[in-house]
Write a protein that binds this ligand. Structure first.
Ligand code: HEC
Ligand code: HEC
Length: 499
C-alpha cells in the first residue's frame, strides 16, 4: 500500500511539514486511494477464531473453530494456567514446585481473564499483575549472556520476584528482611509505584492529565541492589490471538524493517534477535513487550520458570541465583525427568495460549468510527500498527492457518522517545525501543477485567493518554493527532476502541 509518507521525496521533515499542513488546512485531504477501502474481514479480526464475546467479555474464550476433538486438551491447558500452583512437596505432584520465589501462583492471576494486568493507583498496595525486570549495563568489552539477552543483577537475577513460599510471607507476619535474616527464603522485594502526574495542554487549549510511574522498591530480601541496576516495569499484556501472531510469516514482518530509515518517513522498525532454547540458537523475536521471545514455547516456558517458579523442559532451573542459598536449598517439585512441569503438561499450556479467541469488532458502522478509521490512516498510525496479515499454513493447526487477521501491529521494535524509554536493553532491543502493541481488543480492556492500564508499564489510562505518550519514531503521528480538532481526536480514539 502506498502512503503519503512513502511517496514524498526529500527529507522526513519536509514530508512531515506537508502532512501537518494538510491536516491543519482540513478540507484538502490525502487522496482517498491512500485509505484502503474497508474489507469485510476487518469486522472479524481473528478470522475464524473470532468470537462475539456475548454475553461475557473476556480474552480467554476458546477459539470457536477449534476442532471438537481438541477441546479437552484446551480445557486441560486452561486448568494448568488458571489453578494456583503449590509449594513442594505435596501429594499432588502434578501441581507442586511453586517458587521458591515467584510473582504469582498462576498465569491467569496476572493475565486476568486473558486481559492486561491492573496497576495500583496509589502507593498503598504493592504491584501484583506487573513485574520489574532488572539487569546491569554491559561494561566495555563485556558480552551479554546470549540465552537471557542481558547481564543479570548478581544477586537478584533478571526479574524481581515479590512473593516467596515462606509461610510468614504468605501470612504477612514478617518482612522479607526478617525472613531472610532467619535463613528462610524471602521474597526479593515489595514494589510500589509513585505516580508523577502532569497536565498536557493541546494546541486548542483542551487539557488532560498524564501520569508516569516511579518505582518505589521496598524491603529488599537479599541486600542492596547493584548501584548500576537498570529497571523495566512491565505490565501483563493480553494473551488472545497468540497462535495467529505466531503464524505470521517472518518475511511479512521483515518487509517493514527500515533500520536506516531509507524511505525518510521518520520510522525505522527493527527485528529483535533473541534466544530459542529449543533450537539452541538466536532467532527473530516477536512476543513480549520488547519482542524478546520468538514463539509460544519460549513465552510459556519462561513465564512458568520466572513468573511462577515452575521449572520445565526449556527452563530447567529455579528462579534463584547462586547468591541466594536459602532459595537454592528449597525442595523442588521435580519429576523423574528433573522438571517440575513435564513436557506433556507444558504442551497443554502452549496449546491453550495459542487458541484464545479474538474479539469481534464493535460499532464498526458508527459514523464517528468510520471517520476515525480515515484519520488513523491519514495520521500515520498504520505505519507501525500494520493492520492485517494472512497467516501461513501449519499442518498441526489447520484452524489457525490461512486466516486473514487484523492485529494492527508490525511486531517490530521502535524507538519511542525519552519519555517511554526504560533505558534497559533486552537482547538487541535498546532502552528506548518497544514492540508495537497490537490494537485488537484494546477497547474491551476495562470490561474484561477492569484494567485500564495501557502501554508497557500501564501508565496510560485510556487510548488518548497512550497516544500522547508516543514520541521518537512516533512523534510525527502524535503531533498529527494533537493538531486534530477535538471531535476528530475523539473519532480516532473511537475507531481504536472499536478494534
Ligand atoms: C506476574 C504476572 C505474570 C504471570 C504470573 C504470567 N505472566 Fe505472562 N506476561 C506478564 C508480563 C509482564 C509480560 C510481558 C513480559 C515482557 O515483555 O518481558 C507477559 C507476557 C506474556 C505473553 C506474551 C504476550 C504478547 O503480546 O507478546 C504471553 C502469551 C503470556 N505472558 C502468557 C503467560 C502464561 C501462559 C503464563 C503462565 C505460565 C504467564 N504468562 C504468567 C506477566 C505475567
Ligand atoms: C513509530 C511507531 C508507532 C506509530 C507511528 C504509532 N504507534 Fe502506537 N504504539 C507503538 C509502540 C511501540 C507501542 C507500545 C509502546 C509501549 O508499550 O510503551 C504503541 C502503543 C500504542 C497504544 C497502546 C496499546 C496498548 O495495548 O497498550 C495505542 C492505543 C496506540 N499505540 C495507538 C496509536 C495511534 C492511534 C497512533 C496514530 C496516532 C499510533 N499509535 C502511532 C508504535 C507506534
Amino acid at each position: 500500500m502506498k502512503t503519503l509518507f512513502d511517496t514524498k521525496p526529500g527529507s522526513a521533515r519536509f514530508s512531515a511539514f506537508w502532512m501537518t499542513a494538510i491536516l491543519l488546512l482540513g478540507g484538502c485531504s490525502q487522496s482517498a486511494s491512500d485509505i484502503p477501502e474497508e474489507d469485510p474481514s476487518e469486522r472479524r479480526p481473528g478470522g475464524d477464531t473470532t468470537h462475539s464475546l456475548v454475553p461475557f467479555p473476556a480474552f480467554d474464550h476458546i477459539a470457536p473453530n477449534l476442532p471438537d476433538e481438541r477441546k479437552a486438551d484446551f480445557y486441560a491447558g486452561r486448568a494448568l494456567a488458571e489453578q494456583p500452583w503449590v509449594k513442594a512437596p505435596t501429594i499432588t505432584t502434578a501441581r507442586d514446585g511453586l517458587g521458591p520465589v515467584y510473582n504469582a501462583r498462576a498465569c491467569l492471576a496476572c493475565h486476568i481473564r486473558g486481559g492486561k494486568g491492573r496497576l495500583p493507583d496509589d502507593n498503598k498496595s504493592p504491584l501484583f499483575n506487573a513485574f520489574v525486570r532488572v539487569s546491569l549495563p554491559a561494561a566495555p568489552g563485556q558480552t551479554v549472556n546470549p540465552a537471557i539477552g542481558v547481564i543479570p543483577e548478581p544477586v537478584y537475577g533478571d526479574q524481581l520476584q515479590s512473593q516467596s513460599i515462606a509461610l510468614d510471607h504468605q501470612l504477612r507476619t514478617a518482612s522479607p528482611e526478617a525472613i531472610s535474616a532467619r535463613g528462610d527464603v524471602a521474597p526479593e522485594a515489595y514494589i510500589y509505584i509513585n505516580w508523577q502526574t502532569h497536565i498536557f495542554t493541546y494546541p486548542d487549549k483542551h487539557q488532560t492529565e498524564l501520569r508516569k510511574p516511579q518505582l518505589d522498591i521496598r524491603h529488599l530480601g537479599y541486600g542492596p541492589l547493584h548501584p548500576h541496576t537498570l529497571f523495566s516495569l512491565r505490565n501483563a499484556p493480553t494473551i488472545h490471538g497468540m497462535g495467529l501472531l505466531e503464524l505470521i510469516d517472518q518475511q511479512d514482518i521483515n518487509q517493514w524493517q527500515d533500520p536506516d530509515d531509507r524511505n525518510h518517513d521518520g520510522i525505522s522498525g527493527r527485528v529483535n534477535n533473541v534466544w530459542d532454547a529449543r533450537q539452541q540458537k538466536t532467532v527473530a523475536g516477536r512476543f513480549g513487550l520488547k519482542a524478546n521471545r520468538p514463539d509460544m514455547h519460549m513465552v510459556v516456558a519462561s513465564a512458568f520458570a520466572n513468573d511462577v517458579g515452575i521449572s520445565n523442559p526449556l527452563f530447567s532451573s529455579q528462579p534463584c541465583t547462586a547468591n541466594q542459598p536459602a532459595c537454592m536449598a528449597q525442595p523442588d517439585g521435580e519429576d523423574d525427568h528433573g522438571f517440575e512441569m513435564p513436557q506433556e503438561l507444558f504442551e497443554l499450556v502452549v496449546d491453550f495460549s495459542r487458541n484464545l479467541a479474538v474479539p469481534q469488532r464493535r460499532d464498526a458502522d458508527d459514523w464517528a468510527v468510520q471517520q476515525g478509521r480515515e484519520l488513523f490512516y491519514r495520521n500515520g498510525c498504520q505505519l507501525c500498527h500494520r493492520p492485517s496479515y494472512t497467516t501461513v499454513a501449519d499442518a498441526e493447526n489447520p484452524h489457525l492457518s490461512a486466516q486473514k487477521i487484523w492485529p494492527y501491529t508490525d511486531l517490530l521494535l521502535h524507538d519511542m522517545g525519552d519519555e517511554l524509554a526504560d533505558n534497559r536493553p533486552d537482547f538487541d532491543a535498546s532502552g528506548r525501543e518497544w514492540r508495537t502493541a497490537p490494537l485488537w481488543g484494546v477497547g474491551l480492556l476495562a470490561s474484561v477485567n477492569g484494567s485500564n492500564n495501557l502501554l508497557h508499564d500501564g501508565r496510560a489510562r485510556s487510548v488518548e493518554e497512550a497516544i500522547l505518550w508516543h514520541g521518537g519514531e512516533a512523534e510525527q503521528a502524535k503531533q498529527n493527532f494533537i493538531h486534530l480538532s477535538r471531535s476528530e481526536r475523539e473519532a480516532l480514539v473511537r475507531f481504536v476502541n472499536s478494534l
